[in-house]
Design a protein around this ligand. Structure first.
Ligand code: F0G
Length: 471
């Protein structure tokens, strides 16, 4: 294995390694998630994070500056899995800002200068997902993928569709019934992805996409959900940009909404690597905020004491929880549709991130999410409902004195306000303008580029037929 980058099973008791050019979403030996790892000794040494400072001044839109223009790839030495720079698929993602929000801080009884918002809604497709997609598409190109697919609550599908069009690959997205915010759906259609609306929820869609992409390799589909470890490599850059904006000093806390738990996992990996490389002294604490109608992580961690435990976490706690969900036919439900997930695929990695970052979990109600979304709009700048879970979570952590008024806190605003304008209009007017639950068109669309969604039963044969245009 000559590459400095390789894939490795996250279970320390297994630790199987795989070539970086293999297409895998789980360890073939024990079934656990995979990490991208680096043999840092084989890579050029970076002595200090200030090494990255010149990149802002060299950014440009020409060939030379393209990688520095990206807020992900200007940190490319910290995600060096690619083999040739020409293979990198980038659209200028990650050019986001960290903004001091004193007016909002006052509402939460925090001292001026102490609350910062990392506005990932400023990405090209309007959410943090672009940070990860640029990395996963780079890997997809490296291995010659032609068809890429994901299950999504909306933002992943928007981002995938955008990058698929850019990379000239066939994009396929699975979305659940009546669960997707219109802004996100419109993006997937507009960017030209084949959009299958499966009669089920996100967890059903994810199960199906794994069947077609993982269990049926003959279909030649490259899986873009966050079980793809390359996605998380790109998402690490959100932490690099925060450090960059703070003169390479860590904040006291990072607060993030938790859905499929990819983002928080990437944050933990970013900080454990920076520490390993001797590039930071302090690791911030992490708070992961669930919606109370989709609270698997908080239930297992805060109420049942689940811990990473050096990799020997109690998997039976998770299995028992999922069995109980099945038995009661439980369906997650929250106004924050982006995080309406009850079987988060990155749960073990999130447990590890909680350990690395001395983290906590908590949950917030839909009312708290909606009120804090409106507060972010009025006193910060807007975000979609799921993103506001971070600010609602901060409010709770302030009330319980877990976070002090003078601690420096960064809340990640994961998605743009306009992604879910309906939630905003409904909050202010009481009127629900959301689309029909099912997307079957009532009349033939007439546009030259019209891209109709396909409604399909939660049935493998029907799904494959629809994917192959036989629906
Ligand atoms: N915030 C927004 C706006 C999201 O779209 C998501 C996830 C999250 C937070 C949670 O992040 O999954 O890394 O814990 N959306 C996924 C999707 C699931 O399909 O777009 P996570």
């Amino acid at each position: 294995m000559a590459d400095p980058a390789f894939q490795q099973c996250l279970n320390p008791a297994c630790a199987a390694t795989y070539d970086v050019a293999q297409v895998l979403v789980a360890c073939t030996r024990c079934g656990n998630l995979l990490d991208i790892r680096y043999d840092w000794g084989k890579l050029p040494t970076i002595k200090s994070l200030s090494y990255f400072e010149h990149r802002w001044s060299t950014k440009g839109v020409g060939v030379e500056g393209t990688l520095d223009f990206s807020g992900v790839w200007r940190f490319r030495e910290l995600l060096p899995f690619y083999r040739r720079e020409e293979e990198i698929v980038t659209i200028g993602e990650g050019r986001t800002v960290l903004q001091q929000a004193d007016l909002l801080a006052r509402q939460l009884n925090m001292n001026p200068g102490k609350l910062l918002l990392q506005y990932e809604g400023l990405n090209p497709s309007g959410s943090f997902k672009d940070n990860g997609m640029t990395a996963a598409f780079t890997h997809a190109r490296m291995v010659g993928a032609k068809k890429v697919a994901c299950a999504s609550t909306g933002n992943t599908s928007a981002s995938l569709a955008m990058f698929a069009s850019l990379a000239q690959m066939r994009g396929i997205v699975f979305i659940g019934s009546g669960k997707i915010a219109l802004g996100k759906l419109s993006q997937a259609l507009d960017y030209g992805a084949l959009t299958l609306q499966i009669r089920g929820d996100f967890d059903d869609c994810l199960r199906r996409i794994r069947q077609v992409a993982v269990d049926m390799p003959e279909l030649g589909i490259y899986l873009m959900n966050s079980v793809n470890p390359f996605r998380l490599e790109g998402q690490k850059s959100i932490m690099y940009r925060i450090l960059e904006a703070m003169d390479w000093q860590s904040p006291d806390w990072v607060i993030v909404p938790g859905g499929n738990l990819g983002n928080c996992s990437a944050f933990g990996k970013a900080f454990s690597e920076l520490k390993e490389l001797g590039l930071i002294k302090k690791i911030p604490r992490l708070a992961i905020v669930n919606a109370s109608g989709a609270n698997t992580l908080n239930e297992l961690v805060s109420r049942r004491g689940l811990k990473w435990n050096g990799g020997a976490f109690d998997a039976s706690l998770i299995q028992r929880h999922y069995a109980a969900l099945d038995e009661s036919n439980y369906r997650p439900h929250t106004v924050a549709s982006a995080i309406e997930i009850s079987r988060p695929v990155n749960l073990p990695k999130a447990l590890r991130a909680l350990e690395v970052m001395n983290g906590v979990t908590l949950e917030v109600t839909d009312d708290e999410i909606l009120e804090h979304r409106a507060m972010v709009a009025r006193w910060g700048f807007g975000c979609e409902p799921a993103s506001a879970a971070s600010v609602a979570g901060l409010h709770k952590l302030r009330e319980s004195q877990t976070i002090g008024a003078d601690e420096t806190v960064v809340c990640i605003l994961t998605g743009h306000e306009l992604k879910d304008a309906n939630a905003t209009v409904k909050y202010h007017t009481g009127i629900d303008l959301s689309a029909a639950q099912e997307l079957a068109p009532r009349s033939e669309p007439k546009g030259k580029l019209s891209n109709r969604p396909v409604v399909v039963d939660d049935d493998l044969k029907a799904i494959i037929a629809a994917m192959e245009g036989r629906g």
